[in-house]
Design a protein around this ligand. Sequence first.
Ligand code: 8YV
Length: 321
Amino acid sequence: MTDRPLVLATRRLPPAVTARLQRDYRATLNESDEVHSPDRLVALAEGCDAILCCSSEKFTAGLIGRLPASVRAIATFSVGYEHIDTAAAQARGIRVTNTPDVLTDATADITLLCLLGAARRAWEGEAMLRNGEWVGWSTTQLLGVHVTGKRLGIFGMGRIGRAVARRARGFDMQVHYHNRRRLPAEQEEGATYHADPDELLGLCDFVSLNFPASAETENFLNAERIARLPDGAVVVNTARGTVVDDDALIAALQSGKLAAAGLDVFRGEPKLDPRYRELPNAFLLPHMGSATIETRDAMGLKCLDNLDAFFAGKEPPDALV
Ligand code: 8YV
């Protein structure tokens, strides 16, 4: 059948998603892990009705302007959508959708993993074992930062921030948050609101960055803000690398101003500032927030739900523009 819409999937998809895509659409697949260049994307999009992309492809205004006129929808396999110039898409009449909700729990879990991994020096302990360097138990070996009862400041109290708050309460942390707007009490998860982020920083034993990437949150955690943190604080970032000033964070980890950092995301990833690799007090993960089988299936199927609605002439449930 040639009347089914043609969808360009820019990256490898979970098998269940590929199967449904091929059942309901014509599809141009990418079976490798290669990230297409903008030129290749434009060429592959020729004749396509929609693009199913990931956050590794940057749909700038320039690229959107070069897309063939046949492209009417972009479904991103991500909740974050800073990689798509939605205003440029809207101006060309291209609908854009994302995948909220389904990755909230997995990403909040990774946030707690980063928090605990950094605070309790998890990778140093594992490396000691794997390298055959563990010579025996000691009262002073690999002492970390105590978590129970400590103050956690969550910056960005959207779906993921709230799920982090729920989990942190399970660890008996005192949870505080900053958000552009105060949430209704029933959504605050028992956390205390601070309108002024700088005031909250002064109270934080732990910081969890859960902002979306935007011009407003770019370099949010800079040298000045790190200086406000109590000595020995722990910073966790599972949002986007751009919300942190790398020079400032690395200097604070090197000097011991910060006890540790747990980082799942990096500016310019998959490349990262090589100095992070040299820091024993940095617990590093390769952007694994949503990396569970269930979550990735749900994200892909949500992209298809959105495309199904769009091509049926209905409002896509997760339309951004
Ligand atoms: C995605 C993410 O898997 O959803 C997001 O915003 O950061 C990840 O969970 C990744 O961006 C691929 O699109």
